[in-house]
Design a protein around this ligand. Structure first.
Ligand SMILES: [Zn+2]
Length: 245
């Protein structure tokens, strides 16, 4: 059996048999990898504690017929504090859930890997409003998957914004000429926040977004969720557990 070494982030785990666990990993070089960690649920397992959800690990794997087999794992970042906090853990779960949906088995996607790593690092830092990082992560991953939320311009005619009309289906903000009658208009603070969330890079700018008023935060959050669920045709169950003040 061929063996290989990869850096990966654990997206989800589930039990297999009496003592094993199946893991979905987003690796840096091979996209999503589904692998089995044998004996990790036995007390005193050598690497069970290193393969928890959201752990960033360096792993040695053997190629298998359906699932690869993990033979070694070294922790690079455990994100244990994120796992032990209810809200931040729900945030990480939402990031991992979407990643698991868009990642392709065996196909390198370094941009996705870097986004997930940055998102988890942001949660590690105990932000005041962790939800803002989830929303940024969701919009950026959707954009990388081909569904960009147009907030800086009209989603239909691309006339530079900001525009007040907001549509999930049309893919972002709409100018007065393109918005069909009945399109919801939102306030400028919401549009500014959405633009901040959707812009590539600049995770450091995001805490400013947390300074947006509660109404803007709530409207932006529900828009982000609806946008991603509509365009990726997937319900994000973990998002239900992210508490919003
Ligand atoms: Zn337009």
């Amino acid at each position: 059996m061929a063996s290989y070494r990869e850096q990966g982030i654990v997206l989800r785990t589930y039990k297999l048999g009496e003592t094993d666990r199946i893991l979905h990993l987003l690796t840096q070089g091979r996209g999503r990898v589904r692998a089995v960690a044998k004996g990790v649920r036995r007390p005193g397992s050598r690497f069970g504690g290193r393969l928890e959800p959201y752990s960033h690990v360096d792993v040695q794997l053997h190629e298998g017929r359906s699932l690869d087999v993990i033979s070694q794992a070294e922790l690079l970042a455990s994100h244990a504090a994120v796992r032990s906090d209810f809200v931040r853990s729900a945030c990480a779960a939402t990031m991992a859930e979407l990643t698991d949906v868009v990642a392709q088995d065996g196909e390198r996607d370094n941009a996705l890997f870097l986004l997930l790593r940055a998102g988890l690092q942001a949660l590690d830092a105990e932000p005041d409003d962790p939800g803002v990082f989830v929303d940024a992560f969701l919009l950026r991953v959707a954009s990388a998957a081909g569904f960009h939320a147009w907030v800086e311009a009209c989603a239909v005619c691309r006339r530079p914004g900001p525009h007040a009309f907001l549509s999930v289906k049309a893919g972002g903000t709409l100018c007065g000429d393109c918005a069909p009658p009945g399109t919801r208009a939102v306030d400028p603070a919401t549009v500014r926040l959405l633009a901040l969330l959707a812009a590539p890079g600049e995770w450091v700018a995001l805490p400013q977004g947390a300074g947006a008023d509660d109404d803007a935060r709530a409207v932006a959050a529900s828009y982000v969720r609806a946008f991603v669920e509509h365009h990726l045709d997937r319900r994000l169950r973990s998002y239900d557990h992210i508490a919003r003040d």
